[in-house]
Design a protein around this ligand. Structure first.
Ligand code: TXA
Ligand code: MG
Length: 349
């Protein structure tokens, strides 16, 4: 299958290209598209055969449910029942935007879309291309991140092409995404809502509008026995080919430690990658030294994270050392992804 890539000029919102992707989805096929978080791989959420194609294209385990993308609040009641008041409050505050809600599902939603669960994940994306695509298709769009299972989520159309070329008919290219890590997932089927995946909408932001919110204890746990509630969070995602170690501590000590470790490996003819920040990057000595963004602007760190992990796969390094980040605010989402990529290898200095 040939994979077409259509660049969409955002100021012109070229509807004819978006309509072509919408038609494919309405006919039961797949189309990749940008959202404000990461690129998604979309199919008609109410068509079980279409959902199955997503799993096949990504190589995704079939027990890992998909997120249903909608374009208006009214669509929620097409897929969910017993919708609590907090859902409307969260929608008013954060939709369209990078928040996914887990609600009890209506029986009309096929089990292929929800991985056999009695609940459904729903999100209204903010990206204009995504919203126009949902509207033009006349469907609710089931969409996981548009990467091959186990690779970092795509933040550029080119990442989607690298992973899915020949497996899907069309990619809408809307340029680099704005946020760079997947949506926050909040489970509203519990008495006290639970964050199943941290993201740009932080615990503090959620608590400001709906009161107490808990964080799934399975999330940051190193212990394999503490299973996260979102099936997708249990897989060793975002894993670069090289081993990744995070180094945590006072800035000067971290820089010194990483340089010593890098030098030792280089003496053994190993190629070393280093992830620093705008503030520190000039002080490292490695084979491939990159800045992930500015500590002053944590959003820039989230935006670059997956691209940097992908680039390291292409650079052939044997080992990667990275600075570590605070687990406050959006830092919680950044550290959740970095710790998984590092398989929890963290060195305190
Ligand atoms: O930002 C995002 O959410 C992106 C864009 C494309 O919208 N999508 C995304 O989808 O990250 P995906 O499939 O890569 O991640 C969906 C996560 C998985 O961890 C899955 O297990 C969880 O959502 N999930 C889906 N339905 C669920 C449910 N009913 N209960 C618990 N977790 C669920
Ligand atoms: Mg994903």
């Amino acid at each position: 299958m040939e994979t077409k890539v259509y660049k969409i000029k955002r100021n012109a919102m070229e509807m004819e290209k978006i309509r072509e992707a919408a038609d494919i989805i309405r006919d039961g096929g797949l189309a990749a598209f940008p959202t404000e978080t990461v690129y998604g791989l979309g199919a008609d959420a109410m068509n079980p055969e279409a959902s199955k194609k997503i799993y096949a294209a990504k190589g995704r385990p079939s027990d890992n449910p998909l997120i249903v993308h909608i374009s208006s609040w009214e669509d929620v009641s097409l897929v969910a029942r017993d919708i609590p008041g907090k859902a409307r409050v969260l929608s008013d505050a954060f939709w369209p935007g990078p928040l996914t809600m887990i609600l009890y599902k209506k029986h009309q939603v096929p089990k292929e879309t929800t991985g056999g669960l009695d609940t459904v994940a729903v999100r209204m994306p903010r990206d204009e291309i995504a919203l126009r695509l949902i509207e033009a298709s006349g469907c609710l769009i089931a969409a996981p991140s548009a990467n091959t299972s186990g690779r970092p989520s795509p933040t550029l159309a080119d990442h989607v092409f690298q992973d899915l070329e020949g497996r899907i008919p069309i990619i809408l290219d809307g340029g680099e995404v704005g946020i760079g890590i997947e949506s926050t997932i909040i489970d509203l089927t519990e008495e006290i809502p639970v964050i199943l995946r941290p993201g740009r909408i932080t615990k503090e932001m959620l608590e400001q509008v709906i009161g107490e919110v808990r964080v799934d204890p399975g999330l940051m746990a190193e212990d394999e026995k503490v299973k996260p509630k979102a099936p997708g969070m249990k897989y060793r995602h975002y894993a670069p080919k090289a081993s990744l170690v995070l180094v945590e501590g006072q800035e000067e000590k971290v820089i010194a430690k990483i340089n010593v470790l890098a030098e030792e490996l280089q003496k053994q003819e190993k190629k070393v990658g280093i992830i620093g920040t705008d503030e520190t990057v000039s002080r490292y000595v490695g084979d491939v030294v990159v800045s992930i963004g500015a500590r002053e602007d944590e959003e820039s760190i989230a935006r670059h994270l997956y691209r940097i992990l992908r680039d390291f796969d292409d650079s052939g390094v044997d080992m990667i050392y990275s600075e570590s980040f605070s687990s406050q605010g959006i830092g919680q989402a950044i550290m959740n992804r970095l710790l998984k990529a590092a398989a929890h290898q963290i060195l305190e200095v």
